[in-house]
Design a protein around this ligand. Sequence first.
Ligand code: HGY
Ligand code: MN
Ligand code: MN
Length: 421
Amino acid sequence: MKSEVSKIACDAAANVSQDRLWQCLMDLAAVGGLPDGGVCRHALSPEDIEARAMLIGWAESRGYEVSVDEAANLWVRRRGTHRDAEPVIAGSHMDSQPAGGKFDGAYGVLAAFEALQAMDAAGIETRRPVDMVAWTNEEGGRFDRGCTGSSVWSGDMPLEDYLNDVGVDGVRFGDALRATLEATPDLPRRPRSFAAHAYVEPHIEQGPVLEANGVPIAAVTSIQGVRWMNIEFFGAAGHAGTTPHAVRRDAFQAAHRAVASLNSLMDDPNDVIRFTVGRIVVEPNSPNTIPERVLFSIDFRHPDKALLNEKCRVIQASVAEAAGPCSFNITPTTHMDPTLFPQDLVDRIEASAAALGHGCLRLASGAFHDALYAAKNCPSAMIFIPCRGGLSHHPDEWAEPAHCAIGAAVLTATLVDLAND
Ligand code: HGY
Ligand code: MN
Ligand code: MN
């Protein structure tokens, strides 16, 4: 791939409208908006369906081709002069964390949508079609696994593998998926997967580096690996006042020992390993009944695949030792290997930023993204913009309008030249 930036790419980028993009961001943030300024827009929820309907309305009013695939990934196409050429794709996700922010995912979808409109405003044609995509269930906050839509599109996971996942609300993934697809019965269907020329995902950094350096853009070089598991202990319920400790099979105490042991396993003096216990379920969850079942999630991450696998091998032994008189079960849920983005595509993002007069750093991503799966199907890369204090997965998540527009402009320039490859 070449990496000089064409004049029409810069012309299209100059047609990005900060106000139009910001208005869309605030309109989307209101869907599932919370009183504290955050967002709860769970994948395949009524709020997700409402957000999809809003985006479809915007896209259809601008004459774009809107379609959806079996995984409910939502596609908005700006036609190219060569209809059958492999498309260039840009996008991210609209589902959020349960106490999420206005920009995680939403920014990438709407920056991509703004790029299509900027190309229209510049009156430029591209050889290849340019697709905006909103992937299904990137976060995994409702259903235990993340990046569902992109992993299906990339061919990495069969959709059928997800259908029986049950959400935190007891809803089966397949049923929520069917309800979401039934909400847009007239949308043309896209095939489950198809070849693409390239994929570029804009996203807030979800870290402090860009803001600390006063730089508006990062060309992302890689995404670290991720392992998620659910660890369950099974004991025996009993009366908190009358059951002697000598005979107890307390599932919470087993979980407590296991978390302490895993904290030691994941202890890293270099502070590179990321280890989080984000969810815990205690049953029957009563102050005066000994817990008979406890489930907790673990999320751990590292840029080195060998280290991730080595830690996985030790987890089983740590949990078994902590179980004591309880039985246990370990269910791996998400397994993402570290991913490097192709140098020439990262170069193109850097070149676009430079051509538009913006500083650009190269950063690795601590968060996972749909680009990790898209990269299994086509050359993929990401553009980061700063977020305030590096905060994300939090109601106070914030990005500046100017940075949102700069990111969309760099995306637009990159997409135009990719679409004319
Ligand atoms: O968890 C992640 O890294 C992503 O933000 N869903
Ligand atoms: Mn995200
Ligand atoms: Mn996220």
